[in-house]
Design a protein around this ligand. Structure first.
Ligand code: ADP
Ligand code: ADP
Length: 224
């Protein structure tokens, strides 16, 4: 198992935001975490990324408890709903940024940056600044930056929610393709059932801090 959540509970004060959640992702899987606003998705993502220490239970990445791993060695990349690109850096500098913390020589770094810009179809924009790109292109730079360090786990936290419908559908297909090509183990977090069902191999459905269903899209939701 690549990622394993073992009876994870997190409380803010006395209120559990995440209440005894257990599930796992096999290596190479694309799993959607689906649930309405307020059900605990962000809290779960923060625990997976090691940003919060859960009240109880464990998050294991390749068998190791994420809270035992120092921040700089954590192999989880997260893409958020809002852009986190650096406006004063070019596209290639932004993508290289994720590699800078690693022990990557500069020549190899250029190679890796080119490889990932190629993957997201942005090789001609490598010298552009984020403000010169379209919303969809900026999302793709974020994907390249998240993937370049070859993380053990990619978490996409509502990555398409701020976009209009057409762009959302285009990027959904892009994400599916990129995930297939790289084979990166991916947790796709969304409140959008259609998005979850079209993208994911399996769904984990959350309600009110707990898992209310888990399985393949067509076994959870009958087609009309
Ligand atoms: P989602 O991402 O699904 O919207 P969250 O994890 O953000 O869910 O929130 C789950 C519950 O925990 C909500 O009731 C929310 O108000 C509460 N919550 C989230 N973060 C905090 C916090 N820092 N302090 C107190 N309550 C919080
Ligand atoms: P999302 O739906 O993406 O979770 P929110 O507006 O619920 O967006 O949460 C945004 C931020 O505010 C998160 O960092 C979350 O932990 C925090 N937060 C959410 N609910 C509360 C709350 N009741 N008290 C304090 N912080 C909260």
């Amino acid at each position: 198992m690549r990622l394993e959540l073992d009876s994870l509970t997190h409380r803010y004060g006395n209120e559990p935001a995440v209440d005894d959640v257990s599930f796992g992702l096999e290596s190479g899987e694309l799993v959607a975490l689906l649930g309405p606003s307020g059900c605990g998705k962000t809290t779960l993502v923060q625990a997976i990324a090691g940003h919060i220490h859960p009240t109880a239970g464990r998050v294991l990445l390749r068998g190791a408890d994420v809270t035992d791993v120092p921040a700089e060695s954590r192999q989880v990349s997260v893409v958020f709903q809002q852009s986190t690109l650096f406006p004063h850096m070019t596209v290639s500098e932004n993508v290289a940024y994720g590699l800078a913390a690693r022990d990557t020589g500069s020549e190899r770094r250029d190679e890796v940056v080119s490889e990932y810009l190629e993957l997201v179809d942005l090789r001609d924009q490598r010298g552009a600044y984020p403000s010169e790109l379209s919303g969809g292109q900026r999302r793709r730079v974020e994907l390249a930056r998240a993937l370049a360090p070859q993380p053990d786990l990619l978490v996409l936290d509502e990555p398409l929610s701020a976009l209009d419908r057409t762009l959302r559908e285009q990027l959904r297909d892009e994400i599916a393709r990129i995930q297939r090509e790289t084979g990166v183990t991916t947790l796709f977090v969304t409140h959008d059932q259609e998005e979850a069902m079209t993208l994911a191999d399996r769904l984990v459905v959350m309600n009110d801090g707990t898992v209310s269903g888990i399985g393949e899209p067509r076994t959870l939701y009958e087609s009309p």
